[in-house]
Design a protein around this ligand. Structure first.
Ligand SMILES: [Zn+2]
Length: 440
């Protein structure tokens, strides 16, 4: 993988020079190959497409994808792991990550190392296009407690150095680490960055001066964007991605909107199942062209966006999305008033084997109710593992009422929200359930 990754790196990062025609032919070729692979090797897609009476050869390019059924997270979860994994794939040899997003259903996504490298290029391209230099360091807030300390091969060459900071740490620890690292860029989730920016506002003598802030996942509301710009005194760039599809689209410094990484993903905007008109809002459905271990084909992101009417003006041939509406999140508030970002909660609960669906509701500081739908034979183990993780995360400053329930009802009038806090809401309560943007 390493030996052949360098030409890949150069090729993918250099794609802005390709013509529209060449990009279209790359997309068609990659799509046809992925569909053939999924049909031949993945039981889930084979039976899905056979039931729909459609064969992969009938899809010549992205415009024909409408012939295939749309797939939801629930569809993938409803089959056994070996049915959604390609034949001969060893999950332990894959890169894996879990995401429950707005649905409360954790789905573990498996990615081959070579695909992972390609998907990473989608993020790197967004960083470079926005002015980060390859030799500069980025600090990344992550939901995991254990951060990655090993360096990737390109980091050892002094490229794209990324240092992880656990969102579990206190905001004082974040600040100290950032002052030590002096990163050119910081990447994180809105709630984490919000806590950081508010802390820096209250401590004006800090030495945290990045040139760029990259925001990923969830909805970046205008008030938070302004707060980051004012307190960190730098440009704020919003990136749109998910565990399933990697970096889907990124804000361009010269165009209005987000460029779709069109050589890595196919994005469809659907309204009532058919492609929406330009400028018309619709649901985002993605196909990850580098998902060979567990193909992601016409996958419902649970987000809303529209295709921009204006062509790119920066030289990139990637089409533009405008107005991405995504997940709105809440803080969780501890007994002492301290607020925790929601992201580490996902990392505590999603990877626990046997967890099928969950949600957190908080009405008062220091108290929360966690409901989990678990596989019956694993319910005791789920309870123990989740409570142990949450005790570490909250440091005992939260009373947790954990209920194992047979199901979690969904109110069809509002969008399901995995974490909902009446005391830690950023958006006004009436905006709850209005919008969603995937990943986490
Ligand atoms: Zn542009």
């Amino acid at each position: 993988v390493r030996a052949c990754a360098l030409p890949h790196l150069a090729g993918t990062l250099g794609l802005w020079r390709v013509s529209e025609r060449r990009l279209a032919s790359i997309r068609r070729r990659k799509l046809q190959r992925l569909l053939r692979h999924a049909y031949e090797n993945v039981a889930f897609y084979r039976s899905l497409w056979e039931r729909a009476r459609v064969r992969p050869e009938e899809v010549d390019g992205p415009e024909d994808l409408v012939r295939l059924p749309v797939v939801s997270k629930e569809d993938l979860l409803s089959c056994r792991l070996e049915e959604r994994l390609a034949q001969g794939i060893d999950p332990s040899a894959c890169w894996s990550s879990s995401s429950s997003g707005t649905t409360g259903h954790p789905l573990t996504v498996y990615t081959l190392p070579a695909d992972r490298t390609r998907m990473n290029l989608g993020w790197f391209r967004a960083y470079l296009a926005n002015g980060l230099r390859v030799s500069e360091t980025m600090a990344a807030f992550v939901g995991r407690r254990q951060v990655r300390t090993s360096q990737r091969w390109y980091e050892r060459l002094g490229l794209f150095r990324r240092v992880e900071i656990p969102a579990w740490w206190s905001v004082e620890e974040w600040t100290a680490q950032l002052e030590l690292l002096r990163p050119a860029a910081i990447t994180g989730y809105v709630m984490t960055l919000r806590l950081l920016a508010e802390h820096l506002r209250d401590h004006p003598h800090h030495r945290v001066h990045p040139r760029l802030v990259f925001h990923t996942s969830a909805l970046l509301d205008e008030a938070s964007r302004r707060l980051f710009e004012e307190q960190l005194k730098c440009r704020v760039v919003d990136l749109y991605g998910s565990e399933e599809a990697g970096c889907i689209a990124w804000e361009c410094p010269r165009c209005p909107g987000y460029h779709v990484n069109a050589d890595l993903v196919v994005v469809e905007i659907l309204r009532n199942g058919v492609p929406a008109r330009t400028g018309e809002a619709g649901e985002v459905v993605v196909t990850n062209l580098h998902s060979y271990a567990m193909p992601i084909i016409r996958y419902r992101q649970n987000d809303v966006a529209s295709l921009a009417a204006t062509p790119p003006r920066c030289g990139w041939q990637f089409p533009l999305l405008e107005r991405i509406e995504g997940r709105v999140e809440d803080f969780l508030v501890l007994r002492d008033g301290r607020r925790l970002p929601p992201h580490p909660f996902y990392h505590c609960i999603d990877p626990v084997p046997g967890v099928q669906r969950w949600r957190i509701v908080q009405d008062r500081p220091g108290e929360m109710t966690l409901e989990i739908v678990a596989e019956e034979e694993q319910s005791d183990a789920v309870r123990r593992a989740v409570l142990a993780g949450l005790a570490q995360l909250t440091g005992g400053a939260m009373d947790i009422a954990l209920h194992l329930v047979p199901e979690i009802p969904i109110d069809p009038r509002t969008k399901f929200r995995t974490i909902r806090s009446a005391v830690g809401a950023l958006a006004p309560a009436e905006e709850w359930g209005a919008t969603a943007k995937g990943g986490k």
